[in-house]
Design a protein around this ligand. Structure first.
Ligand code: EPZ
Length: 418
């Protein structure tokens, strides 16, 4: 089992490049199922989850090639199956993103129902409710979603909760449906907007993406596309906090500050010096940091995917901070591990009260999910002594070349197999 070993205390300095966004690449690669021909995606991050979605598409008969230069090619001309097996889906919940495209393209889909995960029960009822409203027959059969439909029909859909992959799944399904679909209380995340722009490049007719009302006029066919994946705003936010927690000075290239606005405002508020240009952000520690209040919200609010990371940062800020997690009720698995390193955190329902301490101490800790593992890396970078993080496969699901990037910034980090 691989572990990440961090000797803390180095101030991180320098410049790195932000990778393509995992949460944009996954739905975009799934959308290749909607069209004949070979679609080509570049700036795709080299991550476990990308390998998983590629294997999934190959299960359906798509020809998929992944180059190590960030290029993925998908030819979905000859789809001959529509079964997404448990073995693959259990490793990545985002596999649910093949449901809409398969149903729209093949009229049939059999997708293993994603189970719960470390951050919450995460049901997909809103995905299924919307596809049923579009005329699909949807049933659960021994752990599988089984859906079929001669032709999906456009309709008005109101999402009870703003759901990112729910919006993406239904948007892809509606792109080939008969008539017009209107999604209300749709997710406004930049990844949703990016997917809509790709579908429009494929010949789709989608308006309003990026707002909470999206209108999709179905078309009879879509065609292949070439597209460059947008920068990863969550990876960018994580390295911004690495600059803060190590009292460092980091410049992030190939990132989009507009997508990170809520995070940048919060980091300025606690006392970090931020310089944002069109495609880069510099974060510099200049003074002791103040505590604050953070409330996670759907975009454009503060992202839940950076909650664990800012918690690690606030462990070393003056005073008491309050972090309210409103998107995933149980997303506090990292708290126990941060406490093992000397953090003072009290949980009360879906809020965490973080009292700043002078220092953290290195310890053996265990990653429980992708973003929790990132918070342990941040804590390890500043902790006195050595931190050994086990189960780092979680980290590899969402952070490309993390060891190389941290070393470039001056961190003392290495991966060991035990
Ligand atoms: C996406 O997950 C992201 N994953 C998550 O990132 C991210 O945390 C989340 O959006 C919120 O920003 C991808 O894009 C692949 P939701 P998703 O549906 O779509 C409830 C990471 O670290 N809900 O927007 O699964 C749900 O339980 C990952 O990269 C229902 O009740 O999240 C949650 O409380 C982790 N029924 C809320 O809505 C449904 O059918 C928002 O979840 C769907 C969702």
């Amino acid at each position: 089992m691989k572990k990440l070993i961090i000797a803390g205390g180095n101030r991180l300095r320098g410049e790195i490049s932000i990778s393509g966004a995992k949460n944009a690449a996954l739905p975009i690669i799934a959308s290749a199922l909607l069209a004949d021909g070979c679609s080509v995606y570049s700036n795709v991050p080299n991550l476990r989850d990308i390998t998983t979605i590629a294997r999934l598409l190959a299960e359906f008969g798509a020809e998929v090639s992944t180059g190590n230069n960030g290029e993925v090619r998908v030819d979905a001309s000859n789809l001959r199956a529509y079964n997404a097996p448990y073995e693959l889906v259990k490793t990545m919940r985002a596999s649910i993103l093949v449901l809409g495209p398969l149903l729209a393209r093949m009229g049939k889909a059999r997708v293993s129902l994603p189970g719960g995960c470390a951050i919450g029960p995460r049901p997909v009822d809103l995905h299924l409710k919307a596809l049923s409203a579009m005329g699909a027959r949807v049933a659960l059969d021994r752990g599988y979603i089984v859906a079929d439909c001669r032709k999906l029909k456009g309709t008005k859909i109101y999402f009870d909760i703003s759901t990112v992959t729910g919006t993406e799944n239904v948007m892809m399904a509606a792109a080939l449906a008969e008539g017009t679909t209107v999604l209300e209380n749709a997710a406004r995340e930049p990844e949703v907007e990016e997917l809509a722009s790709v579908l429009n490049k494929m010949g789709g007719r989608i308006e309003g993406a990026g707002t909470d009302v999206i209108t999709i006029e179905g078309v009879s066919a879509l065609h292949q596309v070439e597209h460059t994946i947008m920068p990863d705003r969550i990876e960018a936010g994580t390295y911004m906090m690495a600059a803060g927690i190590t009292r460092g000075d980091i410049c992030l290239r190939n990132c989009n500050p507009v997508h990170c606005n809520a995070v940048l405002e919060k980091l300025k508020e606690i006392g970090l010096d931020i310089t944002a240009e069109q495609t880069s952000v510099r974060v510099c520690w200049k003074q002791p940091l103040n505590g604050t209040e953070v409330r996670t919200l759907p975009y454009p609010g503060f992202p839940t995917d950076l909650q664990a990371q800012i918690m690690a940062l606030l462990c070393l800020a003056d005073g008491t901070s309050i972090i309210a997690e409103t998107v995933f009720e149980d997303r506090f698995m990292h708290v126990g591990e941060l406490r093992r390193m000397g953090a003072r955190i009290r949980l009360d329902g879906s809020s965490a009260f973080v009292t700043g301490v002078k220092k953290l101490s290195g310890a053996p800790v265990m990653a429980t999910d992708l973003r929790a593992s990132a918070s342990l890396v941040l804590a390890g970078l500043v902790a006195e002594g050595t931190t050994a993080i086990s189960r780092i496969y979680h980290l590899e699901r969402g952070y490309e070349s993390v060891e190389e990037k941290l070393k470039l910034l001056g961190a003392d980090v290495r991966t060991v197999s035990s």
